[in-house]
Every structure is written in C-alpha cells, then in structure tokens.
Design a protein around this ligand. Structure first.
Ligand SMILES: [Zn+2]
Length: 282
C-alpha cells in the first residue's frame, strides 16, 4: 500500500453495494482507485417511487451516469472508466435481445479492452465477481467470466500485444456476501427489533452451505455510512426506505463490521486470516 486498486463492476450501483466501504478505506490511506463499469444500466427498473417519472425513464442512461459519478465521488474513486456496453437485462427481456447488449458482444473483444485498461492503469489489486450463483444476471455472469481470465491475459505478452505492455495483477478478489454475515445480521435484527429483512434471503438459501473459499475480511468500522451514502446517490435504483438500509449502521458495526472478499487469483500467495487486500503485495 498505497498502490492501485481497480474495481470491475457490471452496472452503475454495483460499486456501491459491493465492497464500497473497503475501497473508501484504501483511498483514505492513499491508494489510487479506478472504477470500471461495463454497462450504462439502461435496463434497470426505477425502484424509488420518488424518482419514477417518464422523463427519468426516457433518459435512464444519462441519469444513471450522473448517479454513478456522485457515488464514485463519495467512495473516493480517482477515475471512472465506462466501457459503454448496453445493460443486458434478464434473459427473456427485450434488453437481452438488443444487439448492443453486453452479453452479446464477442467475449474476446471485451477481454482485450479490459486487458488494455489494466495495462494502462497498472493495478496491484483488482476486484471482480465470483460465480454469482444467487444472482444470475447475464452482465454479472459475464463480469465473472472476464474476472477469471483477466489476470492471466493481462500478464501474458503473447496475448493482445497491441493493447499495452504486460501487467501482473498481484491479487484479484470478488466481494461476497457470506452466509455467516447474513445469519449474524439476521439474528441481530431479530434480537433488537423482532424482524429481519433477510427472512426471504435465508429461505432461499435454506439447505445451501457456505462454500469453501479463501476469504479476506476487511474491517470497515466507521465507514458503513460511506457505502450507504454512495448507494443513496443511485436515486433511481434504491428505495431510501428499502432493504439496503433496513439494518441500522450501529447494529452492522457492532456485530459484523467487515466486508468479505473471495480470493480468485494471487501471484503472491495468501494466508488464512488475512484482513488486508494488499497483504503480500510487493
Ligand atoms: Zn448489477
């Protein structure tokens, strides 16, 4: 540290719901942070009744770009790279059939563009996505596939020689919601207010075990509100009275003041119990 961190996300707002407090923590310590957002989020529903108007719906891409800029500033990102692909929507929707949809672009072309961004920005640590089995949005699945290929491709001088000098990403992680986190927050809500916003999640996850994976948990005490403020900046996408804000900040910080990241790749090893995404980075 300080070093450079690059976060790859599918849509505007994903950077605020996944790992935002951790990025804010590193930026505050002098790390340079670059946000890469694949799509404009054009297929998103307007989930905040206050923002649901025909004007907003007709200009959703512009509105969401402005929201993203606000959120990125709150988190502290130094740069935003918009890849400019179209939101693929869910399978079966019109957005999903659109020829410009992110999931319909040739995989190799997209990987080459990302490799170019990585070789230019030279991040030590990259955030991507894990397999995302609980939220199979086509754009998230595609970011997962790209994440798994990115470190090897960017470091290989024989691949995409016209897209910059090879660059070794030292660590690549995915922000994850562990079952443990959901369960701890769920129980804390039942104890403190008698009801929990995670009821439905836990029903859906019934019978599923915590996958075995290499986890790094970053302490974000004092920063939970930064992530929430960034999420609120996505005015069309989040209901200010909704799910994301249901657990009071002080409850989160009292019982689970961490964000969890699954290690997807490392060129510098990994040790059980690591609490720093830059651990071992040289
Ligand atoms: Zn998304």
């Amino acid at each position: 540290m300080p070093g450079t961190l690059l976060a790859l996300h599918a849509h505007p707002d994903d950077e605020s719901s996944k790992g935002a407090c951790t990025v804010a923590k590193y930026v505050a310590q002098g790390t340079r942070a670059v946000l890469v957002t694949a799509t404009g989020g054009e297929a998103g529903d307007i989930l905040n009744p206050e923002m649901d108007s025909p004007e907003v719906a007709a200009n959703l891409a512009e509105v969401r770009a402005a929201e993203l800029a606000d959120a990125a500033e709150i988190i502290g990102y130094n740069d935003i790279v918009m890849l400019g692909y179209r939101d693929s929507g869910m399978p079966g929707s019109d957005a999903n059939e659109h020829p410009s949809a992110f999931c319909r672009q040739p995989y190799d072309d997209v990987l080459e563009r990302l490799v170019g961004v990585v070789r230019r920005e030279r991040p030590d640590v990259v955030l991507g996505y894990d397999a995302h089995e609980f939220y199979p949005h086509p754009d998230h699945l595609r970011v997962h596939e790209l994440s798994m290929a990115l470190a090897t491709a960017a470091a290989d001088e024989n691949r995409y020689p016209d897209s910059g000098d090879p660059w070794q990403i030292q660590k690549l992680y995915a922000p994850v919601f562990t079952l443990e986190r959901i369960t701890v927050l769920h129980n804390a809500m039942l104890e403190s207010v008698g009801e929990s916003p995670f009821e439905m999640w836990l029903d859906r996850l019934d019978g599923i075990e915590e996958p075995s994976r290499k986890l790094t948990s970053v302490d974000v005490t004092g920063l939970v509100d930064v992530g929430r403020d960034a999420l609120r900046a996505h005015r069309t996408q989040v209901d200010p009275d909704g799910f994301w804000f249901a657990v009071p900040t002080d409850v989160v910080e009292a019982v689970y003041p961490w964000e969890d990241f699954e290690l997807l790749h490392s060129s510098v090893g990994w040790n059980e119990g690591e609490s720093d995404l830059f651990a071992g980075v040289v």
